[in-house]
Design a protein around this ligand. Structure first.
Ligand SMILES: [Zn+2]
Length: 54
């Protein structure tokens, strides 16, 4: 399963969640810290642009 990174807008906790595509599409994500569903997905560092020095 792909990993997604989220930030909780209630308590500010940043966490990663391994979700199936279906779970991701349904945005069925809760903060493991406070249980809030007010979470925002962050851009994964793994898919961010590569910063290679040539
Ligand atoms: Zn939280």
């Amino acid at each position: 399963m792909p990993l997604y990174e989220y930030e909780c807008t209630s308590c500010g906790k940043i966490f990663t969640a391994a979700l199936s595509l279906r779970e991701h599409e349904e945005k069925n994500v809760t903060c493991p810290g406070c249980g809030s569903k007010k979470v925002e997905q962050l851009i994964s560092p793994f898919t961010a642009k590569t910063d290679r020095k040539s």
